[in-house]
Design a protein around this ligand. Structure first.
Ligand code: SAM
Length: 239
């Protein structure tokens, strides 16, 4: 539901990518689908020289502010700068593109190492409970088509192989979404596009009550909420 998540949720994922690809001082990194630059920030903080591309001009503008040391451009992931780069990353990009094989094949053409991350399966991600809370006001869930989504490890491996990559490792990383209290939790729901759509249909009182009821098992002793979500980190090299 709230794929953006609370600020900072991606830190364990970013650290896992940077560790697995040995990014350090002087490493050249091309970040495909850089979004607002949080991964680029983490890479730069390790001393990397980061180039980021994204099709969304607003995201590229935010990334340039987040990482003044970086170089950012509005470009498609299938049309990146020539490189070569030590590491090419696609952090949470593959489920947003029409052709993940083409994106990884492009990455393989300009990078010595390629890293891609995706969500785990729905049942591995507590964030699904937001959708369950809103389900009474939503249509039936869309069935998974064929081929299966890249969140399936076997499919992700197959996509990498089709792109001409040899998989070195495929790791699971847990990233908790932490909300300090009810207000922060409900704020994230009411700010999301889906929450706003349901709010218009159900009214804010019913929406609030449905969310708090479904999220009750995820309450922490401190009065906040913690949702644990699995992500996969694929690291591969051109064959
Ligand atoms: C879920 S966001 C991830 C952003 C960032 N990598 C992160 O982890 O915070 C997906 C990003 O991919 C970008 N995107 C989608 N299709 C793209 C494409 N074909 N080429 C480049 N960027 C693309 C979107 O604009 C968006 O910023």
């Amino acid at each position: 539901m709230d794929a953006e998540g609370p600020r900072g949720w991606g830190s364990p994922l970013h650290a896992a990518v940077l560790e697995a690809t040995a990014v350090g001082p002087g490493t050249t990194v091309l970040d495909l689908g850089c979004g607002s630059g949080l991964f680029a920030r983490a890479a730069t903080d390790r001393g990397a020289r980061v180039t980021g591309v994204d099709v969304d001009p607003a995201a590229v503008a935010r990334a340039a502010i987040e990482v003044p040391e970086g170089v950012f451009a509005v470009r498609d992931a299938e049309d990146p700068p020539a490189g070569p780069f030590d590491v090419v990353t696609a952090v949470q990009l593959l489920t947003h593109v029409a052709d993940p094989v083409a994106v990884l094949a492009t990455a393989a053409g300009v990078g010595a190492v390629v890293a891609a991350t995706v969500w785990g399966r729905e049942e591995e991600c507590d964030i699904r409970v937001f959708g369950e809370a809103l389900a009474p006001w939503l249509g039936p869930p869309r069935p998974h088509g064929n081929p299966p989504p890249v969140t399936e490890p076997s499919r992700l491996r197959a996509v990498a192989a089709q792109a001409g990559l040899g998989v070195e490792r495929l790791d699971d990383v847990v990233c908790p979404f932490d909300y300090a209290d009810e207000e922060e939790l409900l704020g994230s729901v009411f700010e999301s596009a889906l929450g706003q759509a349901v709010g218009r249909r159900a009214g804010p009182v019913a929406l609030r009550s449905a969310v708090l009821q479904r999220l009750e098992p995820y309450r922490t002793a401190a009065g906040g909420y913690r949702l644990a979500n699995v992500f996969r980190v694929l690291v591969a090299r051109p064959l």
